[in-house]
Write a protein that binds this ligand. Sequence first.
Ligand code: GLY
Length: 309
Amino acid sequence: MVEESDNMRKPSIIVHGGAGTWPDKDDVEAAAGAKRAAEIGWSILQAGGSALDAVEKATNYLEDHPLYDAGRGSFLNELGEVEMDALITDGTTLNFGAVAAVKHVQHPISLARLVMTETEYAFFAGEGADMLAQKLGMPVVPNIAFVTEQMYKEFIERTGGHIHIPSLGTVGAVAIDSEGHMASATSTGGRRDKPKGRVGDTPIFGAGGYADDRYGAASATGIGEHAMRTLLCRYVIDRIAEGATAQEAATQAAYYVDGFFNPSNLGIIIVDKYGNLGAMHTTPKMPIGWIDEDGIAHGSMGGSIHGLE
Ligand code: GLY
């Protein structure tokens, strides 16, 4: 368990760097990156900023970090391209903005936010999403700029077909601000070697992210096909609406997905309306960063299979 208390604890933030089978060599850097992202969001919340700003900026940091499967560092699809998905949700309005298969945007989560705030629509995909980014004044980034040396090397080796590469992960953040408003942000390069055009759970409202000020906010990671079929983020918020704490909802979600998929390969982070935090992953590892009730930042690679006890 990350944190659980009946005391009001606002503001509050937790971030993840993706559920998966991370190689041991990346543990220190992945946990430190998650902690740094939480600190970035926390500084915004501490200054009286909004949960939306906190989760967006925390996620921007992880999108720029080459270790995570989002923005720079994203997995390559079968053609060697980066196609990125993102979703931001606003717990106050139950509004969201989503983008899928964007190829030329440095921060897909920021484009998702602009979709939510600057258009009458909710979801843009593919070339149209990249065109929207341009219309909204975002710089066009060549797709190759997202390809790290590591991902290029893996692609070349993989297309030779002889190595096993552990999966890294999607990134996300959930927060409650001092006004009690909540938000989630989730951003990904999707699954390694995915077919062109494949989109996972990340941009799907209720699957990759969800926020409702009455209950909580959640961001998911792992095999998107599993998170979509279980509407994972909406599932945990429904458990909170029934009276579960953030961590109880997370643990219930682990048993729920294990009942569907063998093995399941998922993770989630949650904040409830009291500012309590919850997290679980059914994978060996999931980098998380969070701020405890004393304002101290933490980063870890997760813990046991069902939660972080
Ligand atoms: N969870 C990210 C994906 O499956 O695309």
